[in-house]
Every structure is written in structure tokens, then in C-alpha cells.
Design a protein around this ligand. Structure first.
Ligand code: COA
Length: 317
């Protein structure tokens, strides 16, 4: 046994920041950002934490699923931009929901949603849980260097969530980790120890754009093909590919290399930017609420990002 997705939810903060707004902060322009990244606007938090947004997405997913919050046995959450190292984001969401179930965070940056689903599948397989909340939530605006035009144009804030129940609709997943900090790095504040001698790197998102790009395209293509082959499936069997929304061009490249029509890839990066662990559950919620999914549809979810970590899974709706 694995699980079935019973409901989805999302939340983005109301403030919309356009490319023109960002061009007042750094030397950039709407045309460059749309062409190179595909983002037209992003939502940015002015007064909500990652846990606040995650809680709102969780409540939306609970309502959509018809599951009462008291039925939840486990909260799994991910965030690279939570306000505290401890309490974890999942602890804070549990607190805000007024629950007392077990909670756990997983750090796998932009791939985290698939890592969370795999972890949930383990709890279901051991029959430890009946209902699970899985949440990706990010206030990336907190850890973006707003003076670095190479990164600040890409990211946005928001949260996505799913409610899982017993079932067998999580078909398979593949994971790959190639650890290292030279391509993407989000260092913590180094502290003020009078004894530590290493230099402080600014505690913001550092990214080698072109290396990230190549890694991402390769990860989507390799892992998707591998996973489909392992399960005797082809792209024809997949209703939608719902990739991590990192960059429109990454998705376009993958579509060309895989010879899969663009229309099969769900894309919303133009409206939300890259919301890291929240991007796939936000996309799932949009598909769900737009009525684009029918029972039995197969979805392929490829994710990639800091770690470097990448993953892909197949879910039956
Ligand atoms: N506006 C205008 N110009 C910009 C810019 C911006 N926001 N950011 C960078 N540039 C400039 C650079 O300074 C450089 O100028 P130069 O040629 O005078 O030196 C030029 O644009 C090209 O820079 P480069 O870094 O080679 O651009 P690129 O085509 O690789 O695009 C990214 C940069 C970041 C958009 C692209 O590499 C990318 O999307 N990478 C993947 C990022 C990603 O998906 N991250 C999330 C992973 S989960």
C-alpha cells in the first residue's frame, strides 16, 4: 500500500511584484526576465512567515479533501526559507493548526515535495498513518539577495499542500543526490563565534545559473525516462508532466529533448516565479481546481534543485 491524494491546497501572499517593480531595484528589465526565465510576476510576503503560508495551504487542502484536521496523523513539510531552524516549519504548522500529531521536516530544497511523498509512502506502507498532510512552503524573498539580479528575478513566495489517505496511487519514484555547494548554495548565518576562522559567505541564495540549468534539464530528462521505463510506461500514458517550476526555458528544453509536446507540461512560473518546494503542490492544486484531472490520470512529477538533489515520481489521480 502507498497512498492516494485526497485533496490539494495552495496559498500565495496578496502582494504581487512585477518585473517592472524589480527593475527599480536592480539593473534588469521585463523583456530579459520573460525571455530568460519566463517569470512575469511573483507573490511576495509582507507580513506572513513560511509557516503562516503553509498553514493556509494546509487548511485549503483539508477543505478540498473533506478530511477534518483532527484526523491528520502526520504532518510532513519542507522549506529552505523557514524563519527558525527550530521549531521546524512542520512544528509551527502543527501549532497553528492546533494539532498534536507527529511532524517532520525534510530538506531537499526544490526537490523536497517528491522526497516528502516518498517518506509519506513509507509511513503508509508500515500502516503507521491513515491521513497525512504534506506541505511545501517558502518565503524565498527572505533569503534572496535583492541586490543580485542573477537570482532576485527568479524566485517567489507561496505554499502548496496535499492531503494523503490510504490507497495505492503512488506508483514509483526515483531519487538522485550529487552533494556539493558549488552550484547552488544557501549558507546559514555563520554566527559570531570568536573561535571560528572561515570567511562568511552572504547568507542568501548563491547560484551558478548555467550549471544549474544544465543539471536541471539533464535531471528531468534522465529521471523521467528511467522512471517510465521501469514502470513499462511511455509519455503517452502520462496526462500531465508537472515539473518543478524553476525556469520556463528549462521546461522548454526538456520538452524538446524528450520529444514531448509542450502542452503536456503544466507551467505557471509566469505568475508565481520559482517557489522551490511549493511549486509542484501549487501546480497540482491549480490543475485540480481547474477540473483538469480525472480519476485514473497518471501524472509525472520531476523535481530538481539545491543539494544538488533531483527526483521524479508517478502518481495516479
Ligand atoms: N537582467 C538583465 N541581465 C542579466 C540579469 C538580469 N536579471 N541577470 C544576469 N544578466 C546578465 C549577466 O550579467 C550577463 O551579462 P554579461 O554578458 O554582460 O556578463 C548576461 O545577462 C548573461 O548572463 P548569464 O548568467 O550567462 O545568463 P543566462 O542566460 O544563463 O541566464 C539565468 C541566467 C539565471 C536566468 C539562467 O542561467 C537560469 O535560469 N539558470 C537556472 C536557474 C534556476 O532554474 N534556478 C533554480 C534551480 S531550482
Amino acid at each position: 500500500m502507498s497512498f492516494s491524494i485526497l485533496g490539494t491546497g495552495m496559498y500565495v501572499p496578496p502582494k504581487v511584484v512585477t518585473n517592472d517593480d524589480i527593475s527599480k531595484l536592480v539593473d534588469t528589465n521585463d523583456e530579459w526576465i520573460v525571455q530568460r526565465v519566463g517569470v512575469k510576476q511573483r507573490h511576495i510576503s509582507t507580513n506572513e512567515t513560511a509557516a503562516d503560508m503553509g498553514t493556509k495551504a494546509a487548511l485549503a487542502a483539508l477543505e478540498n479533501s473533506g478530511v477534518k484536521k483532527e484526523e491528520i496523523d502526520l504532518i510532513l513539510a519542507a522549506s529552505v526559507s523557514g524563519e527558525s531552524i527550530s521549531p521546524s516549519v512542520s512544528c509551527m504548522i502543527q501549532n497553528k493548526l492546533g494539532l498534536s500529531c507527529m511532524t517532520m521536516d525534510i530538506n531537499a530544497a526544490c526537490s523536497a515535495f517528491v522526497f516528502l511523498l516518498e517518506t509519506a509512502a513509507g509511513f503508509f506502507a508500515r500502516k503507521k498513518v491513515k491521513k497525512v498532510l504534506v506541505i511545501g512552503t517558502e518565503r524565498l524573498s527572505r533569503i534572496v539577495d535583492w541586490e543580485d539580479r542573477g537570482t532576485c528575478v527568479i524566485f517567489g513566495d507561496g505554499a502548496g499542500a496535499v492531503v494523503l489517505g490510504e490507497g495505492d496511487n503512488y506508483l514509483d519514484a526515483v531519487f538522485h543526490v550529487q552533494g556539493g555547494d558549488n552550484v547552488i548554495d544557501i549558507p546559514q548565518f555563520i554566527g559570531k563565534s570568536p573561535f571560528f576562522e572561515l570567511e562568511q559567505k552572504k547568507p542568501y541564495i548563491h547560484m551558478r545559473g548555467q550549471d544549474t540549468f544544465k543539471f536541471a534539464v539533464n535531471a528531468i530528462c534522465k529521471e523521467s525516462k528511467y522512471l517510465l521505463k521501469q514502470n513499462n510506461l511511455t509519455f503517452d500514458d502520462i496526462k500531465y508532466v508537472v515539473p518543478h517550476q524553476a525556469n520556463q526555458r528549462i521546461i522548454d528544453f526538456a520538452s524538446v529533448m524528450l520529444k514531448v509536446p509542450k502542452e503536456k507540461f503544466y507551467v505557471n512560473i509566469d505568475r508565481f516565479g520559482n517557489t522551490s518546494s511549493a511549486s509542484i503542490p501549487i501546480a497540482l492544486d491549480e490543475l485540480n481546481r481547474q477540473g483538469k484531472l480525472e480519476k485514473g490520470d497518471l501524472l509525472l512529477l520531476p523535481a530538481f534543485g539545491g543539494g544538488l538533489a533531483s527526483a521524479a515520481c508517478i502518481v495516479r489521480w
